[in-house]
Design a protein around this ligand. Structure first.
Ligand SMILES: NC(=O)C1=CN([C@@H]2O[C@H](COP(=O)(O)OP(=O)(O)OC[C@H]3O[C@@H](n4cnc5c(N)ncnc54)[C@H](OP(=O)(O)O)[C@@H]3O)[C@@H](O)[C@H]2O)C=CC1
Ligand SMILES: O=C(O)C1=N[C@H](C(=O)O)C[C@H](O)C1
Length: 270
């Protein structure tokens, strides 16, 4: 039996890629697709929009969602509609895969609370490459230590609404943990004017927005006389969508809890 998947935000940039990735995954069946109550995509076939062929799944309003019609809801939208979907999933006992970024602390508390009731995979980046890169960064940060200044540089398309990216923030957390720092205290998100010399042990973030850049992250470890750069570049949103569908197939068999891509990929958490 296949896992019944619903996609929230099915007409969005990621939503359409998720429809394609769901079709490609033999363990999954697309059971439902949702969009904002005012979306012009309501009533359209999700397959026609994403693939140019009907899948007999009509995009419905998120306000009319019935969580008994699916096993897992995949959400790449915005924090507010994602939390509304989470409440529906808790009420209907469905699992969730969340790729949405840009949550504030209060919203993250709500997400964590819901994850005590249903299984939730929450990751700012579903590509296998980024999750491997996080491991490489941890090793590099531990090996290079405090003699190297750390800067995180991320670049995304002109439509992205949150900054720094969720991935850059996760990278920052990994680097801070690896070097025994608190990201809340050592992060520097902007520099302008007479900034003074760079404070040691800070982690800087630089954001680039432009054109159709899918998603690029570089960590620069700058020392005296040498520097190390570790970069991941996504060139297709299918890399995120395929990973999210792998997570959907995995999470359907889990008990309540908050999981990430390390759990899905079977990578260690240390
Ligand atoms: N974790 C990962 O691997 C990745 C995460 N992301 C994240 O995914 C999110 C979406 O990105 P992207 O696809 O580029 O953004 P888009 O704006 O293209 O897509 C978001 C979709 O959600 C829809 N939406 C808005 N409100 C609701 C609602 N109430 N119910 C259902 N759907 C709604 C939007 O509709 P409308 O346009 O009509 O408002 C839109 O179609 C972002 O947070 C981004 O950072 C992106 C790529 C990879
Ligand atoms: O908005 C995007 O496009 C992306 N968002 C994610 C993030 O904020 O990290 C992941 C990916 O880089 C694309």
């Amino acid at each position: 039996m296949t896992t019944r998947v619903a996609i929230n935000g099915a007409a969005g940039r990621m939503g359409r890629e998720l429809v394609i990735a769901c079709q490609r995954n033999e363990a999954l069946t697309l059971a439902a697709a949702f969009e904002a109550p005012e979306s012009p995509a309501l009533g359209q076939d999700a397959g026609r929009l994403a693939l140019g062929e009907d899948l007999d799944v009509v995009i419905a309003s998120a306000a009319e969602r019935d969580a008994s019609t699916f096993d897992v809801l995949v959400d790449f939208t915005r924090p507010e509609p994602c939390l509304a979907a989470l409440a529906d999933c808790v009420a209907g006992n469905a699992a969730m895969v969340i790729g949405t970024t840009g949550f504030d602390d209060t919203q993250l508390d709500q997400l964590n609370d819901a994850a005590t009731k249903i299984p939730v995979v929450f990751a700012p980046n579903f590509s296998a490459g980024v999750n491997l890169t996080l491991k490489l960064l941890e090793t590099a940060a531990k090996a290079l230590g405090d003699d190297f200044d750390i800067e995180v540089i991320e670049a995304h398309h002109r439509h992205k609404v949150d900054a720094p990216s969720g991935t850059a923030l996760r990278i920052g957390e990994v680097l801070a943990d690896a070097t025994g720092r608190d990201l809340g205290e050592c992060a520097v998100y902007a520099r302008e004017g007479h900034t003074g010399e760079r404070e040691r042990k800070t982690i800087g973030f630089q954001t680039i927005r432009g054109g159709d850049i899918v998603g690029e992250h570089t960590v620069l470890f700058a020392g005296e006389g040498e520097r190390v750069e570790i970069t991941h570049k996504a060139s297709s949103r299918q890399t995120f969508a395929g990973g999210a569908m792998r997570a959907a197939a995995w999470v359907a068999a889990q008990t309540a809890g908050r999981y990430d891509m390390n759990d899905v990929l079977g990578l260690d958490h240390d």
